[in-house]
Design a binder for this molecule. Sequence first.
Ligand SMILES: Cc1ncc(COP(=O)(O)O)c(C=O)c1O
Length: 405
Amino acid sequence: MNNQDLLKIAEEFGSPLYVYDAEKIISQYKRLTSAFNVKKLRIHYAVKALSNISILKLLNSLGCGLDTVSIQEVKLGIEAGVNPSNIIYTPNGVSLEEIEEVVLLGAQINIDNLSILEQFGTKHPGTPVCIRINPHVMAGGNSKISVGHIDSKFGISIHQMPHLLRIVKNTGMNINGIHMHTGSDILDIGVFLHASEILFDAAKNFKDLEFIDFGSGFKVPYKEDDIETDIEDLGKQLTGRFENFCKEYGRELTLAFEPGKYLVSEAGKFLAKVNVIKQTTSTVFAGIDTGFNHLIRPMFYGSHQEITNISNPGAKPRFYSVVGYICETDTFASNRRISEITEGDILAFSNAGAYCFSMASNFNSRYRPAEVLWYQGESHLIRKRETFEDLVKHQVPVDLHVESI
Ligand SMILES: Cc1ncc(COP(=O)(O)O)c(C=O)c1O
């Protein structure tokens, strides 16, 4: 997908627009599966990163399962043709009723707190359950995506193992998996391996395991020469340790992961048109036809998204602050060197596959963008741009006949 392809796509489908390169998703999946040379490997794609049904179908056709956090994500997966037995459901803070409904849909349950574990185990001792352990390891790119530390709301504390084992024994429930997810954008595989050792130790307490799920958090590059998780090195190191553990455990277990970003982040481009160039006394602003309603990561996480002026990539670079149209501070990039921008140019944001469209909203009553999937030189519209009808369709107008004052 080069700049000319992207310009053509923007011309055909308008802006702002999300475009995903199917081949990049496929190559990331292959790279990941090749890195872990174990007998039984399962990759569950974290649906929350990008939940378009066509993306789920693509991953399903590669043999990838799904990691879900809501019953709606489970239903989307089933709608996409994924066998529920290839779906793991890892919610946080949801009701027992929702978990029970997901069991009926056939997905693997992953429970992350003792209260629900006890209630679920008492009512459904025969249903296989995976347990999310919090290993208390500080990992992740920033505080919002570090979820395995001591103050985190996620998982059952490794220090609560005696209580956890009592619940399992008293209810007679069937624990078939053990899981952790310590955070996103993990820089150092040493931290990951350290957390894995804690998980292996915890796993020894359960006699009927079928899989160990190491979650995700693989870091992808956001700019040239950026750090990324050395997946091949992690593969080598974890494979050896996993095999040793299986020998010790006495059974061949499945090694599972649930990556979101790793599979789809780099595949995505977000295209926006420059509406206005505004030169102030201190700054040159490029105001674009979108805002944090469509791409919240820079404002929410302080994330870096590379921005290229694909209409004029060879022009002399100048410094711009790229801003959105939302009625609050809405900055995508400050003082960024970008090829000279003229009003009407199309800017392409990189790493727009994960946590971009899936976090988009209608703030300021704007329509959410369309999505296009690019495969073998052809573009496929996979979500239409919203319309005014979409904005009003669930509203129920009420006239209260209030007397005018
Ligand atoms: C339980 C769980 N698994 C997997 C993921 C995916 O993480 P990433 O997109 O960093 O691969 C997340 C992300 O929030 C998560 O909460």
